[in-house]
Structures are given as C-alpha cells and as structure tokens.
Write a protein of this length. Structure first.
Length: 165
C-alpha cells in the first residue's frame, strides 16, 4: 500500500514491472487501486461532481517538476489533507526515461497515444498499457465523464489540457 510519504508514488512508479505487486485498499471514503507502476486510481465512494479526471506526468522522463506535483497530490490525498470529490487517475508515465534522466529511450512516448501500437519496443508497450488504463478508468465510471490533463515542463509556461470525448 502506498503511503503519504512524499516521494512514495515516485518510488513506486520507478519499481521494475516484474517486482511490482498490484494493490487495492479503502481509506477515508475512497477506494485506491494501484494496478501498475505509476498508475493509481482513486474512486470516492460518493462522487459529488459528474466529472472524472486523469492527471498524467512523466511521459517525458526529463520533465521532473510535474512528477513531483502528482506525487505531492497523492501524498496529500493519502494523508487526508485533500479529499477529492471526483474519480481521479494519477499517472507517472515513463519510469525508464525518468531513471535515465532523458526525454525517451527509443521512441517519443508522447507521439504514441493515437491508438494501439505494434509493440516493437518498451515505449510502444507502455503506450498501449497507459491507453488501456485510461480507457478502463473511464469505462468504470457510472456516467459519461472525461477530462484529461497532461502536465509537462517546457522552456515557456504551459499547461496542456486534452478533453477526451
């Protein structure tokens, strides 16, 4: 089970996939599902808003500030300092690129989110896994909802918001 310790989600995201163990628990009127490294679903027992939100960072491994923001958000939720009223899917995307302090390993993961990829390398496999996690998240919601935000750093101030309809 993840803890509210700052950095715990980053550590878990960087866990080698073969060493990762999926986990699910209930805490503070929310169900947490940690089903793959870098992906946590938070489902409030009684959502009060008809939206659900995906927050993703670390798609490029050299963009670390957004990774820390998502880690801090999850730490605040786990500690009870923040109680979401909407279902959330939190993603820290590309562990291998993060560990290598590089944008990507072989292919730019950000360019692979347009549908199913032939799995010619790890980035293609990861893109398929992340797309499936997002699809499963939205499919599990009791009503139509879809808001996705990819948080990244750049040389200029930016926040990219993608609405998934």
């Amino acid at each position: 089970m993840l803890t509210a310790r700052p950095g715990a989600f980053i550590d878990a995201a960087l866990t080698a996939p073969h060493a990762f163990q999926a986990d699910q628990w209930h805490q503070s009127s929310m169900t947490f599902t940690h089903h793959m490294p870098g992906v946590v679903r938070i489902q409030p027992d009684n959502p009060t808003v008809s939206r659900c939100v995906v927050l993703s960072a670390g798609i490029h491994g050299d963009e670390t500030a957004p990774i820390e923001l998502i880690d801090g958000l999850l730490a605040d939720i786990l500690s009870g300092a923040l109680i979401p009223t909407v279902p959330l899917l939190l993603i820290i995307g590309h562990a291998e690129a993060i560990k290598a302090h590089t944008r990507f390993i072989e292919d730019n993961l950000n360019r692979l989110f347009g549908g199913w990829n032939q799995e010619k390398n790890e980035e293609h496999h990861l893109a398929n896994q992340l797309q499936q996690a997002v699809s499963d998240f939205f499919a599990a919601q009791p009503r139509q909802c879809s808001v996705g935000t990819w948080i990244y750093t750049a040389l200029f101030a930016t926040l990219s918001t993608i609405c998934l309809a």
